[in-house]
Design a binder for this molecule. Structure first.
Ligand code: SF4
Ligand code: SF4
Length: 332
């Protein structure tokens, strides 16, 4: 028997209107997480997805509570549900960038592409604010001197889940975009056995790492283990939603299509390069999504407001809500 929150999530999925705001697995800036959570609560998101870190979970809870205290008539007091994400070591969501050489040409290209403002040139050296880094890879892609590389984190998934599940978590997601199907199966079993049976569980997998046939096998395996409480996040272009001028939702919609063609009774939600056009694109392509998860695009959209010192000033705050609401409503 599902509780009220899970029941509302189920309804949103079945209507194809499920909207998930992704704070980013790697985002560890608590004040920023709090502000983002507050705005997307007021905008009507069904779920907020955050790193499995007690401080960040607290940041989302505080942001959500603050939004609920405003008691606005159109804001559901039971939502958004709180989802935590854990990742396999190879998944790009679990990495951070680091500087592998002492000095560089200081060309500044990496600074201008980082949406999270993690990078600074100080005294001829590049500095990274690791807490803000989500491992998107834009900086490393543009660096002409190959100065930047990634550290991938290995997570003790069972240990992390046991420590954070009592903090009021409603849903769990495993980021498993990798070709190592045996590894996905091992970690997914841990998720299935640890997360209570009346809760939704989500597995994020992508087509960029495996053939369509292997992707289909991964989906079959995931469904065998968790059955109808499964959400599959079709991860198109991980953390790609901030890119300008590219048809970035195409890969997410195409990945969702491969998953849906398996005909399994799972819920399919697109992510990775998603934006306010994703649902419309899926509709044109005849791909029946249960929902859309938006990360980079959703954060970038309200970046100018949430990063201001006068964020809580009425006009600034309301502008952020209106922008976020436009995005959430594009899925409803
Ligand atoms: S561009 Fe992406 S990977 Fe590079 S520092 Fe910024 S957030 Fe981290
Ligand atoms: S892009 Fe590379 S060379 Fe240019 S400032 Fe960044 S790290 Fe240095």
């Amino acid at each position: 028997m599902m509780n009220k929150v899970q029941g509302k999530i189920k309804q949103a999925l079945e209507r194809g209107e499920f909207f998930k705001f992704i704070c980013a697995v790697g985002n560890e800036d608590m004040e920023l997480v709090k502000r983002l959570a507050m705005i997307y609560t007021l905008a009507g998101a069904h779920v907020i997805d955050v790193a499995a870190d007690p401080d960040m979970i607290q940041g989302v809870i505080e942001g959500r509570d603050k939004a609920h205290q405003m008691a606005l008539p159109n804001v559901d007091p039971d939502l958004p549900a709180l989802m935590i994400s854990v990742g396999l070591k190879d998944d790009p969501h679990t990495r951070k960038v680091y500087v592998k050489k002492e000095t560089c040409s200081q060309c500044g290209q990496c600074l201008s592409v980082c949406l999270h403002q993690c990078l600074k040139l100080i005294g001829g050296k590049l500095h990274i604010e690791e807490k803000r880094c989500i491992g998107c890879g834009r900086c490393a892609e543009v660096c002409p001197e190959n100065v930047l590389d990634y550290i991938h984190r290995e997570t003790d998934i069972a240990g992390v889940l046991e420590s954070v599940l009592p903090l009021g978590i409603d849903m769990v997601e495993l980021h498993a975009s990798t070709s190592d199907t045996a590894k996905i199966e091992e970690k997914w079993r841990i998720v299935s056995e640890t997360v209570p049976q009346d809760m939704f569980v989500s597995c994020s997998i992508g087509s960029g790492y495996v053939s369509p046939r292997e992707l289909a096998q991964q989906i079959q395996m995931i469904f065998r283990i968790t059955g109808k409480r499964t959400i599959i996040q079709a991860d198109g272009l991980p953390m790609g939603g901030g890119a300008e001028g590219k048809p970035i939702s195409l890969q997410a919609v195409a990945t969702a299509d491969i998953i849906l063609r398996e005909g399994l009774p799972v819920y399919v939600q697109a992510s990775g390069g998603t934006n306010d056009q994703t649902k419309a694109l899926a509709h044109i392509a005849g791909v029946k999504l249960n929902g859309v998860g938006v990360g980079s695009y959703a954060r970038k959209l309200i970046w100018p407001e949430v990063n201001r010192t006068d964020f809580y000033q009425k006009d600034i705050f309301n502008t952020a809500i209106l922008k976020a609401k436009h995005l959430v409503d594009s899925v409803k």
